[in-house]
Design a protein around this ligand. Sequence first.
Ligand code: ADP
Ligand code: ADP
Ligand code: ZN
Length: 220
Amino acid sequence: MHLILLGPPGGGKGTQAKLLQDEYGLVQLSTGDMLRAAIASGSAIGQQAKEVMASGKLVSDDIVIGIVAERIEQPDAKRGFIMDGFPRTTAQAEALDALLKARKRRIDAAIEVQVPDSLIVERIAGRFTCKKCGTGYHEKFHRPKVEGTCDVCGSHEFFRRPDDNAQAVQVRLDAYHRLTAPLIPYYERQGLLHRVDGTLPIEEVTQRLKAILAEARAHS
Ligand code: ADP
Ligand code: ADP
Ligand code: ZN
């Protein structure tokens, strides 16, 4: 299966993609994670992306499409993927369609995780992430079971993203509404769009996503 999670920054896409990937044997493809890895490695792409990401603007389509084209060729992505944070522009969506078509694959479902802007600042202000395994947490909504210890890998080290500040969040929300939200009608026209209420508790969002995936699987 090839799935796309759409939704605003902090909407819960990464959280849900991580929960679903094991259950369905899919790999989570997060362009945000890939770009952060490129920055950490000091690569040329990372150097180009660093300031753009810190400001909250989108990295250029060319760079991101190039990364994805390479990534979907890896063996672990051949069985299917959950894309989280890609595509984010119409040009990216069209490029993804072409990449998949050339490989006789196609998207099975695009799911919009709906969360109003009014909740996003709180979501992002409270977000922190395990340094070792990338599991996401929230100070109020999703604390580790044992204080200071990652539920998944046991690490005690966490980080906060440099772009999770009030100023960059406004820029990211603006980019979402201007450039990414038009993908909702794009996938709706193709009969691929589903919606979930992303304001529900994490486990309930997962249950609803599973119901959508069961339906998409039955039709694929
Ligand atoms: P995205 O990948 O869409 O940017 P995340 O999955 O990182 O979003 O979620 C943003 C923050 O909100 C994280 O701190 C996460 O723990 C928290 N979160 C995710 N889903 C929910 C939810 N349904 N209810 C409350 N908090 C959530
Ligand atoms: P979030 O879902 O919390 O907004 P991401 O990790 O998906 O965060 O993205 C963080 C930043 O990485 C974005 O603000 C943008 O600068 C860059 N980025 C990630 N994915 C893309 C993409 N598909 N196109 C352009 N820029 C991207
Ligand atoms: Zn961890």
